[in-house]
Design a protein around this ligand. Structure first.
Ligand code: PCA
Length: 224
């Protein structure tokens, strides 16, 4: 019995989004798919692409979780304009699209899940992840807002599912990553990060999430 539980849960699910907002690529999918099949800390990493569409993103994530029964779920998304790898602290129960999603939907001030809590915290060791990323020479900071678009939406859907279908030891969270250089070249002055550094960053984030059970107490706050 014990063996079965361990075997079925020795999976890590990484998700990345398809391109949105007139981009040709999404760095989250490019980075995640480079890690498909990677074995780390006795677990196997599975990469899945999710549509940048309200509703469908959470449904795709839920099917992948049903199939893989992962012990760790890490959803990744593009945050154009950010210069660092940013583990997110909190998912909020609101959809408020500044732009339409890839299906043309632009919800305004609707709950991700009606009647569910206002917010959920990531259950990943976000401070330890930032510490380990910086130690490896990768710019990183905790982010205290995942926005109100499809990334916050899938993050909220993930944390709601974990809260309402508890599985021993299952943890999940979200990381925003910068533009790739070829994307930033269209927006002079915008920061970017190479794919190689982003893939390395995700390796570190996964390894830390698997090995650090209790987060470290280090400042990751912001004044505003
Ligand atoms: N970034 C968007 C949605 C998909 C993605 O990669 C966001 O930050 O909400």
């Amino acid at each position: 019995m014990r063996k079965k539980t361990e075997a079925t849960r020795a999976n890590v699910l990484l998700t990345g989004f398809d391109p949105f907002d007139r981009e040709a690529v999404n760095p989250s999918w490019e980075a995640v798919r480079a890690l498909d099949g990677w074995k780390v800390e006795g677990a196997t990493v599975h990469a899945r692409q999710v549509p940048c569409v309200f509703g469908e993103a959470i449904e795709t994530l839920a099917s992948a979780m049903d199939e893989l029964k992962p012990q760790l779920v890490l959803c990744i998304g593009q945050a154009g304009g950010r210069s660092e790898i940013t583990p997110e602290r909190v998912a909020i129960n609101i959809d408020d699209g500044r732009i339409a999603d890839n299906a043309g939907h632009q919800p305004i001030d609707l709950p991700v899940i009606a009647g569910a809590p206002a917010a959920y915290f990531s259950t990943l060791p976000i401070k330890a992840m930032v510490r380990d990323l910086r130690a490896a020479g990768v710019p990183a900071s905790v982010s205290n807002s995942a926005g109100t678009f499809v990334c916050n939406h899938i993050f909220y859907g993930l944390m709601h599912r974990i809260a309402t279908h508890p599985v021993d030891g299952l943890r999940g969270g979200f990381i925003h990553i910068p533009y790739l250089p070829e994307q930033a070249a269209r927006f002079p002055g915008a920061p970017s990060m190479s794919l190689a550094v982003m893939v390395q960053a995700l390796r570190i984030a996964v390894a830390t999430a698997l090995s650090v059970k209790r987060d470290v107490a280090e400042t990751g706050g912001q004044l505003h």
